[in-house]
Design a protein around this ligand. Structure first.
Ligand code: NDP
Length: 333
């Protein structure tokens, strides 16, 4: 059983030296346990936070232990009466070939209904994040302008499409021309801005949002957010979902004070964690599944092959290598 462990806490951008891939023996299965063979593991930006030991909403990863995250796998052996060999499940799995689980938190998937990878993306955690952040905090109304940063990623692609379904003008900010083309041509965004090539983000926002910004779904923070905040309308709503531009900084970045913007515009900014909505996850899963089945929401996946490439796939998130959900394929179903 190959497994990735965190061996030191990254300072700034993580590197391969912070991780080891090692071979370990599988423990004997105890009563109540199941053995899950990994099919896909999910790499997610929030894991960067868990690699540090700063206080957060979730415990740091312990050093010298296997990294754990979302994954899809097949139960290959069961000593738990709820589960049978052959069941395909989504839940928390290690970054390893095989995970021993007590079965808690696993959800059974029906591979004939949808590709199993969707349970880690559009109908899974990133999809729920988009759904609740946009609809509950953003409250988009028909005809309003919604701006989403990190627009071409797992969460951002879904945010933009739900906003289109609600009749909004949707503007996506992403760091690559091919991503912007995808958002415009495939997902129906109204305008996009490549923040890496534009020399004046505020001017680009002014052109893309002639009527200002009513809802801002923030995945990135930093200068992009400073610029969007300068364009918000009266009673705008800002869903603070992620701040990826800040995750690898050694010192916090200081920017313009946005509170004046909130004050002047009677605007609301609210942070949230997808787990705040745990009692309603099923609602999001069903609604997103229906939209996908009806062809109203499309999804993209960027799949890297081989468990041994998990760290590179994770680091690729910070280099913007993915369109849609970044996954690692570990084995075939
Ligand atoms: P993505 O699929 O969006 O992948 C990350 C993307 O972020 C990259 O592709 C890259 O795209 C962009 N990015 C990386 N570095 C920077 C930077 N310095 N400045 C601007 N953009 C950058 O990831 P997810 O969709 O999974 O997550 C998106 C955000 O949502 C993250 O901040 C994450 O932490 C947060 N999140 C929050 C949750 C919650 O419960 N609150 C739950 C899930 C995610 P590009 O080419 O455009 O730069």
């Amino acid at each position: 059983n190959r497994q990735f462990r965190l061996v030191s806490r990254p300072v700034g951008m993580p590197s391969n030296e912070n991780f080891t891939l090692q071979e370990v023996d599988l423990p004997e299965l105890q009563d109540g346990q199941v053995l899950v063979r990994a099919l896909y593991i999910s790499v997610d930006p929030y894991m960067r936070g868990r690699m540090s030991d700063a206080k957060s909403y979730i415990e740091p990863f312990p050093l010298d232990e296997v990294l754990v995250g979302g994954g899809v796998g097949e139960i290959v052996e069961s000593k738990n009466e709820r589960w049978q060999a052959g069941d395909v499940v989504v839940g928390q799995l290690g970054w390893q070939d095989y995970t021993v689980s007590n079965g808690r938190g696993l959800l059974k998937l029906d591979p004939s209904l949808a590709p199993v990878t969707t349970a880690l993306g559009v109908t899974g955690m990133p999809g729920w994040t988009a759904y609740f952040g946009l609809l509950d905090i953003g409250q988009p109304k028909e005809g309003e302008t919604v701006v989403v940063s990190g627009a071409a990623g797992a969460v951002g692609t879904i945010v933009g499409q739900i906003a289109k379904l609600k009749g909004c003008r949707v503007v996506g900010i992403a760091g690559d021309d091919a991503k912007c083309q995808y958002l415009l041509n495939e997902l129906g965004f109204d305008a996009t801005i490549n923040y890496k090539t534009t020399d004046d983000l505020r001017a680009a926002l002014k052109r893309a949002c002639p009527d200002g910004v009513d809802v801002y779904f923030d995945n990135v923070g930093g200068e992009i957010t400073d610029a969007v905040m300068s364009r918000i309308n009266f009673q705008a709503r800002i869903a603070i979902c992620g701040q990826i531009s800040q995750y690898n900084l050694e010192e916090p970045e200081l920017g313009p004070r946005v509170f004046t913007q909130l004050l002047k515009n009677s605007a609301l900014a609210k942070g949230f964690i997808v787990s705040d909505y745990a009692p309603r996850h099923k609602e999001a899963m069903l609604q997103l599944g229906q939209w996908v089945a009806e062809g109203k929401i499309k999804y993209a996946e960027n799949i890297v092959d081989g468990l041994e490439n998990s760290v590179e796939a994770f680091l690729g998130l910070f280099r913007g290598e993915n369109i849609g959900k970044q996954l690692v394929k570990v084995s075939d179903l």
